[in-house]
Design a protein around this ligand. Sequence first.
Ligand code: ASP
Length: 440
Amino acid sequence: MGIKVCKFGGTSMADGNVMLRAADIIKADRERRFVVVSAPGKRFSGDIKVTDLLYQCSDAIEAGDLSAFEKTFAKIRERFMQIQKETGKDVGMAQSLDLIETEIKKGAGRDYCASRGEYLAAKIMASVLDIPFVDATEFVRFTVDGTLDEKTFELGEEILKKCGKAVVPGFYGLDVNGKVKTFSRGGGDISGAIVARSVMASLYENWTDVSGFYACDPRIVDAPRWIPELSYHELRELSYMGANVLHSESIFPVRSAGIPIRICNTFRPEDAGTYIVQSSTRDFRENVVTGIAGKRGFTSITLEKSLMNTEVGFVRKILDVIGNHGISFEHLPSGIDTMSLVIDNEFLKEGTLEQILKEMQEAVHPDKIYTHEDIALVATVGHGMAKNVGTSARLFKALAIAGVNVNIIDQGSCERNIIVGVEGEDFAKCLRAIYNEFFI
Ligand code: ASP
């Protein structure tokens, strides 16, 4: 008998009734032995995720605003008390909430605060399923530089296999000082993959509120084509570029062990979902492009200098400037006497852009330096692209016909993706043009 690890996202934990539905899904298959949960998400549009409320609590504590903290914490309390009531289980919720409130007030820290939604949701699910609760702090470990410590898998194997079945809260673990540390937002998907790898699962099921991946964002393209199967590589490219179904880092723990991932819909469990596998078995002749994804909100910084190509260390000096600010770049297109850096605007808040431009000026004395602050990046991804002559010609022709001006072109040497940078305002037009060319 194989072992399946099921991770349930925030909408699948949104209230007690949905939790009971998730429990029915788990009970319907004896192989579903390990469960990882997110904090309760939105119940309706306009609702606030528990994790967001917890971050608000942490902001209030940091600002020394106790009354704002108490007001927000009261909303969290009400939500969890209601969930406890709906599930019909007594997990000592009131006492747990009192304890958490005290710890946060005593300064337990931002990550501890943010992690409590998962912690409490897992307590409830363990009680509903009547299987052990195993806290993520028992085995998920981070290294000094904040990355996942490899010993997590050994510890996880030891602890989880002993239990045989368990519910584990997603999203956090322990840092080297023994303090709770969270992954980046949406990181419960990574926790699910960690558990899958620790118990060497035959399948990692990721239960969410959509029936898998689609070839384009349904908010931009009407009823886009469903993708039955993706490779790990394709998934990484699409999710990094904004396909919001699964955290882009969640493949790493399972990829080396070859554990497939299945995206499933808690609200339509009969749907096939999307399988994510080592290498896609789809026929590349029929599936030149697997999917298209993109994001707005990037800035390009372009530097021009005569004889840049002969100046040893030019690019290194520029990268040192952004590296010293803890900024990573998305793309680095270059010509003989020009280079551009494409950076996520998230890194460029509060005067940072002005500061790094000044430092670049001092470091390399360019003839010209200029920025473009509303760039959208769109990635066209597919393992079939390398084998089909004329794919990029079709893509650029489609963009030309649609009147989309392309500012940046980047094709990975693996030929699995073509990334274009366009004006932010052309974002949707760009996605639609590429989708229509390859899918309609
Ligand atoms: N609750 C966390 C978030 O909202 C983590 C997760 O749901 O995966 O980002």
